[in-house]
Write a protein that binds this ligand. Structure first.
Ligand SMILES: [Zn+2]
Length: 201
């Protein structure tokens, strides 16, 4: 039995027995929040429980590391959609201790890609196209700094409306304990010129 057929078999029972009824809600977050967090498996159920969230309470965006790595990438777009279209009023960036993105080096990913058969000329083609794989595939050195940096990037985005608090937290992946690293109620926006510099960098 494949992984996919296992999932489909489960799904047939889930739908057939109306188990979905326990999860009925709307697309609008009841707690009016949007959370950016990491795709780490340990957080799948732990994070919502640790934050007191049920189905329907929050918009949750996930990627590797809970990072906004580009001001006009899909993560920032999702946050803006949550605010403007789905009535989110506060943003939470929640990194975690023991994150695989801490200390991640592009070398190990590229080496693994080569060993799985990605031909060397593909790396050359990307290089000639101006794609900097080593910076794109590199993680961060400190989760607290990364959370702060992403929080500020969101807060200072030119399309962010005034008055939306952006909080930064780090969660423990075993106990679920949350450490506050950025209190969004007291964060002020930077001047537009500093953002302009960042975009140009
Ligand atoms: Zn992680």
């Amino acid at each position: 039995m494949t992984i996919m057929s296992n999932i489909l078999n489960h799904n047939e029972v889930f739908v057939g027995e109306n188990q979905y009824e326990d999860y009925k809600t709307t697309k609008f977050p009841d707690k009016k929040i949007v959370i950016l967090t990491c795709m780490d498996t340990r957080l799948l159920e732990l994070l919502p429980k640790a934050m007191g969230l049920r189905n329907g309470d929050a918009k949750i965006i996930k990627n590797a590391g809970a990072v906004v790595s580009h001001p006009f990438g899909s993560i920032m777009r999702s946050i803006l959609v949550a605010i403007y279209e789905l009535k989110a009023e506060e943003v939470f960036v929640v990194g975690h201790h023991g994150c695989g993105m801490v200390g991640l080096q592009s070398d190990s990913i590229l080496k693994s890609a080569r060993s799985k058969g990605v031909p060397p000329e593909k790396f050359e083609t990307l290089k000639h196209a101006g794609i900097d794989l080593s910076s794109w595939l590199t993680g961060f050195s400190c989760v607290e700094e990364s959370v702060k940096s992403s929080s500020h990037r969101i807060k200072n985005h030119p399309l962010m409306p005034e008055g939306i608090p952006v909080h930064g937290m780090v969660i423990h992946p075993e106990t679920g304990k949350l450490d506050l690293v950025e209190d969004g109620y007291h964060m002020t926006r930077e001047t537009p010129s500093s953002f302009k510099k960042e975009v140009q960098a």
